[in-house]
Design a protein around this ligand. Structure first.
Ligand SMILES: O=C(O)CCC(=O)C(=O)O
Length: 328
């Protein structure tokens, strides 16, 4: 099977860098690649060896096994359940519901599929500041790092209408800042995640392409709020990323990816952040492929009684996690 073959390849690239690699110093903090004609998507770093960099350059993602400790992940799981049950204050966190489970009257962990903007939470922040995680992140962003989009994604058992699927999409569609090569997603499995409970699926190499038109997919069972998809890619052959608890995948914001339905009776949780170089800059998305989602995000903020522009929304949800402030 293509997925299994790929994963074997990925795991073959996971050795720690050699001692000589530790002598490399980052010289191109923002744009990268100019001094180093072979690498565009990664920066010289003591934390990724040449094979790992090459793998990311070609595929747009790389899995690092067992990066985050089990005990931490268990704390995040407990915190999420407490949030869903209203036992701890939400603060600025948004809890999103699965549309079909809501119709079925589900509550708590069986209803909520996402906690968003969790970067200021006293428990979840241990992930966003995790030193080993940020070491890897710096190989994509450079030394000054902002957590720009933070989430715990829960997949309760599917309601039968497949709304626990996440359509194929590119994360850059949601981001009004650039350059895209200095942005990276970190996504950590909080338990064993496979095809049965809805693992991530990716289209390797698509980070080398352009940003595509997105919209709500016309799925029979419906689709969750803001789950836009890349149009016309549903029949493409994806690679499934089976991951163990603590394994972390880093991926480029143009990589086309999504996730399957949770067809088990258990939950599937992952914690994730997109990180960007502080030196990234905002762009005006008016008249671009991103205008639609920008309007939807501004509309959601208005409904909550806080009218904000797309840029202000992103400024509010971002937090410096290492190094110095920049233009982002
Ligand atoms: O965790 C998942 O199921 C997919 C998450 C994802 O792709 C996203 O939120 O952009």
């Amino acid at each position: 099977m293509l997925g299994a073959e790929r994963l074997t390849v990925i795991r073959g690239h996971l050795k720690r860098p050699s001692a000589s690699a530790l002598e490399i110093t980052p010289t191109n903090a923002v744009y990268g690649g100019q001094e180093d004609k072979y690498f565009r998507y990664t920066l010289p770093s003591p934390f990724l060896n040449d094979d790992q960099r090459q793998f990311y350059e070609e595929n747009g993602f790389i899995v690092i096994p067992k990066l985050i400790e089990d005990e931490l992940l268990d704390q995040f799981s407990e915190r999420f359940i407490n949030l869903c049950d209203g036992r701890v204050p939400r603060g600025g966190i948004t809890l999103m519901k699965d549309v079909s489970l809501m119709k079925k009257g589900a509550t708590g962990e069986r209803l909520y599929n996402k906690a968003q903007d969790i970067v200021y939470d006293e428990v979840f922040e241990k992930y966003f500041f995790h030193p080993k995680l940020l070491d890897y992140v710096s190989a994509f962003t450079g030394p000054n790092i902002k957590a720009v989009h933070t989430m715990l994604i829960n997949k309760p058992p599917d309601a039968g209408s497949l709304t626990s699927r996440h359509p194929l999409h590119q994360d850059l569609y949601y981001f009004p800042f650039r350059p895209e090569d200095r942005i990276v997603a970190a996504w950590t499995a909080m338990e064993r995640i496979n095809v049965d409970n809805g693992c991530l699926v990716v289209l390797p190499g698509t980070h080398k392409g352009r940003l595509h038109q997105h919209d709500y997919p016309k799925w029979e069972g419906g689709v969750n709020k803001a789950y836009h998809g890349v149009l016309g890619h549903d029949d493409y052959k994806t690679v499934a990323l089976t991951m163990e608890k603590g394994d972390t995948v880093f991926f480029h914001p143009l990589l086309i990816h999504g996730s399957g339905a949770n067809m088990t009776n258990g939950f599937r949780k992952a914690i994730s952040s997109h990180y960007a170089a502080s030196e990234c800059y905002y762009i005006d998305v008016k008249g671009t492929l991103q205008e639609n989602i920008s309007k939807e995000i501004e509309e959601m903020a208005k409904k909550k009684g806080i009218p904000l522009t797309m840029k202000e929304v992103w400024q509010l949800r971002s937090r410096l996690v290492r190094g110095e402030e920049g233009t982002l």
